[in-house]
Design a protein around this ligand. Structure first.
Ligand code: C5P
Length: 209
């Protein structure tokens, strides 16, 4: 909004960072593109730090086509301030309104690429009708896989409970467990699905959730 304020959300980044770690442990090359979080990036990733959705968009597009699997689990804001004030906004009156405009949807922009050479994985944190909303997201954003969770369970927590939807109509549930464990399972699942169509080695991950 101005030099001292920004709009963010409660996401911690733990899911993205544990997936990056699990992929590294499984022997893959990892590009980790991360917004501001309180986590140390795993060693041996190619780490790219970004502050805004526009910077994340640019970094993801720069690396996507060299990746075999793109995992987009960052909780990117859907809206951003229409303009950023160069000076601190002063308190004036009892009310204030802020005009917001939509951010560019990074996942959807990758989904629109024709003949994309990588497996595309999106995330969906929902508070209601999780499965229905996640299927809708998979189709609208044209992903290969959507990993859905209840936002009230996974947000900021070290644990999560996941519903995985595949574009061929299959589903898989992973019951409540530490994110470190779930991430190792996810990496195996992504790789298995990817190797059905491609020969995969590199993994790109955007953090958060
Ligand atoms: O539509 P929604 O934001 O709930 O979708 C979540 C998925 O979309 C996540 O994979 C998230 O990383 C991605 N996303 C994105 N760019 C945005 C908003 C969400 O890539 N601007």
């Amino acid at each position: 909004m101005d030099p001292v304020r920004y709009i963010s959300n409660r996401s911690s980044g733990k899911m993205g960072y544990t997936i990056a770690e699990a992929a590294l442990d499984a022997g893959h090359d990892v590009v980790l593109i991360s917004g501001p979080v309180n986590l140390a990036p795993p060693r041996n990733t190619k780490f790219i730090s970004v502050s805004t959705s526009d910077e994340m968009f640019e970094a993801v597009h720069r690396h996507a086509r060299e990746s075999d699997i793109c995992v987009l689990c960052a909780a990117v804001a859907d809206y951003k301030p229409a303009k950023v004030s160069p000076a601190k906004i002063k308190k004036r009156g009892d009310r204030m309104s802020l005009e917001l405009v939509t951010t560019c949807d990074i996942l959807e922009s990758l989904g629109q690429q024709r003949d994309r050479p990588f497996l595309l994985v999106g995330f969906a944190a929902e508070t209601d009708q999780i499965e229905k909303n996640a299927w809708e997201k998979l189709r609208r954003k044209n992903c290969d896989i959507i990993v859905a969770n209840d936002a009230r369970i996974g947000m900021e927590s070290d644990e999560n409970e996941l519903l995985i939807l595949f574009r061929n109509g299959e589903t898989k549930r992973l019951s409540r467990a530490p994110k470190t464990f779930l991430s190792r399972e996810l990496v195996k699942i992504f790789l298995k699905f990817a190797t059905k169509t491609f020969d995969k080695k590199n993994v790109m991950i955007t953090e958060r959730t």
